[in-house]
Design a protein around this ligand. Structure first.
Ligand SMILES: Nc1ncnc2c1ncn2[C@@H]1O[C@H](COP(=O)(O)OP(=O)(O)OP(=O)(O)O)[C@@H](O)[C@H]1O
Ligand SMILES: [Mg+2]
Length: 273
């Protein structure tokens, strides 16, 4: 597989997933907690959408709702016109922790979704994907034998193996060191360009969002609302060094200002790094 030329990205791309006025309250011991408030957005076919916002603003809640893992109190989420009310085989989720089962090997972890669906695993395809993420020959290793970055690579393979239409990623590289994170972001960009998958990716980091995204959805502090949607028109494939360029830094500052200007928002310097 090789990196292909970037696809033209236009507003004409068909919306695949539509989040329409999503509202969610958690029931807690001290009463209802308002997590999402009238959140509306669309994830367009083949786009890389990043969702950014301060800690606790409801990003994970939104992604879980998009995956059909949590029910809304109001509004609706649909994929290609079908309401999402339960987990959907066309939607895969990658979590902050790789979530590999420690008692299963890499290959047995990747096999799990196939077992749950009682489908045969396409072993040559899995091996190709493992090779693609730099884990060729690691089939029989246990998660404890892998570094954090390698575990996330394995979880990416597990998600891609079932060939989903949409990949939802919840701060998948938040726990990794800066170098590994850069490497993983390059890998995700390459895989996305090769496969044409539609990706919604949650992050705390403004530079990570600008590096990866076609569009960035900026959420306000809780209850989560959409504060802004920003296009990122930097050419692809983007290289790590782009992060030192003035046009990149200008975009970081633009989003930082938008976040700081929100009602009730506090300056959150952790989002710059
Ligand atoms: N299962 C739950 N029960 C009750 N409250 C919850 C639950 N899950 C999350 N919350 C609350 O909902 C709000 C939004 O949480 P969420 O995890 O979606 O935020 P987040 O934006 O993903 O934060 P972070 O960036 O720290 O991961 C927070 O106030 C959190 O405490
Ligand atoms: Mg979260």
């Amino acid at each position: 597989m090789s990196v292909t030329a970037p696809k033209p990205r236009t507003e004409d791309q068909r919306p695949r997933m539509i989040v329409d006025r999503a509202t969610l309250h958690y029931q807690t011991k001290s009463g209802p907690l308002h997590a999402l408030d009238n959140v509306s957005l669309e994830v367009r076919d083949g786009e890389f959408l990043c969702i950014i916002g301060p800690s606790g603003c409801g990003k994970t809640t939104l992604l879980w709702a998009m995956a059909g893992l949590i029910r809304l109190n109001g509004g609706q989420i649909s994929l290609d016109g079908t309401p999402i009310t339960r987990p959907n085989p066309h939607i895969a989720m990658i979590f902050q922790d790789a979530n590999l089962l420690p008692w299963r090997t890499v290959e047995k972890n990747i096999q799990l979704p196939f077992e749950l669906k009682r489908k045969a695993m396409d072993k040559p395809r899995i091996n190709k994907l493992l090779e693609r993420v730099g884990l060729a020959g690691f089939n029989e290793k246990y998660p404890r034998e892998l570094s954090g970055g390698m575990q996330q690579r394995a979880s990416i393979v597990r998600s891609l193996a079932v060939d989903p239409d949409i990949l939802l990623m919840d701060e998948p590289f938040g726990a990794l060191d800066a170098f590994t994170r850069d490497e993983m972001n390059l890998l995700v960009q390459e895989i996305w360009m090769e496969t044409g998958k539609t990706i919604a990716f949650v992050t705390h980091s403004i530079p990570e969002a600008i590096f990866l995204a076609d569009r960035i959805v900026v959420m306000s502090a809780r209850p989560g609302r959409i504060a802004a949607v920003v296009d990122v028109d930097l050419p692809r494939p983007r290289k790590v060094e782009i992060q030192t360029q003035p046009e990149f830094i200008a975009r970081v500052m633009d989003i930082k200002v938008r976040i700081d200007h929100q009602r009730g928002a506090r300056a959150d310097h952790s989002m710059i790094g």
